[in-house]
Write a protein that binds this ligand. Sequence first.
Ligand code: HEC
Ligand code: HEC
Length: 308
Amino acid sequence: MRKFIAFCIGLGLVGAVIGWFVSAPSPVVAAGSESLEQGGDAARGKLVFNAGGCASCHATPEQEDRLKLGGGYELKSPFGSFFAPNISPHPADGIGKWKVADLVNAMQAGVSPSGEHYFPAFPFTTYAHAKIEDIRDLMFYLRALEPVAGKAKAHTVGFPFNIRRGLGMWKLLNHDRAPIVADPSKDAAWNRGRYLVESLGHCAECHSARDFMGGIIGKYKFAGGPDAEGKDWVPNITQHKDGIADWSVKDIAYMLKTGDTPDGDSVGGEMNKVVKNMAELNDSDRDAIAAYVKSFPAKESPPKPEKK
Ligand code: HEC
Ligand code: HEC
């Protein structure tokens, strides 16, 4: 019996050690590396910024300027609240001292310059598919914005979800970093739209149902689901009759520019902010997104909970 207990303890220890290693943050580039500092284009970076919707979360709330990225916006979740940090170029309170490599690691690997995991409330699981050149241009753009002083509040997420190391296990299941490879059987616009939707645009982050661990359920990707707080419902945007089968490519592109829907209404809530970002893109990118969205196969919506 003693031997058996010793064996179990041994096994437990081995498991813990393996767990510790597999949960280790694995950055893409060495933190602080100078290797990506040349050739960024801030004007292109502005498009990346708008396609990525960074202002939706990082702009300081209760003021008009969406380029003041002082953070503080509260993202509620069933586990507690996350507060988007200051990503303005302020040297102490923002990311003014960051290298391009640090932003690449944050967006593609969900790892901070000090080597900790980020929470997926920052949609790095989707930004992981963004091109390194796009992230470099974005960094050059962010550096040109106004530095904002002040740090955001600390997250109020409770134990055990507040342990960053534990996110390593989560990432093994939910964080695919593979780049998006162009599909030669489709045209350039569709491929551009796919890239924008599946990486920067992060549409699936809201328009999908998730499993109990917060991972997107494949068969409900784009088929809608409860919002992050679990209070409202985000619509199905596939070609199902309960989705947007009756919207044309033009209707989708027009909504992304103006917020107006084909039935004469306009989108509200979180989508309102998405439209503010999308309105800053050029027509060709919005048309590309619309063409890709229109190609989604029809998917049944996930079951809605009974209204209480
Ligand atoms: C849905 C909301 C949301 C969006 C959209 C978003 N972020 Fe964030 N971001 C967060 C949250 C929340 C954190 C904090 C994560 C943590 O503490 O683990 C964060 C963290 C960061 C950090 C780390 C800052 C630090 O001090 O360590 C950077 C850099 C960042 N985001 C950049 C961006 C960029 C660039 C974009 C647009 C491409 C973007 N974010 C879009 C919510 C968002
Ligand atoms: C931050 C969460 C969020 C993100 C990101 C997001 N959406 Fe939405 N979207 C919503 C919500 C919420 C609604 C419902 C708005 C309403 O009730 O008026 C919506 C509505 C829509 C609609 C209208 C559906 C209908 O039946 O009326 C379309 C189309 C749409 N989104 C497409 C997109 C595309 C394309 C993207 C990516 C570029 C995207 N959304 C990104 C939250 C989001």
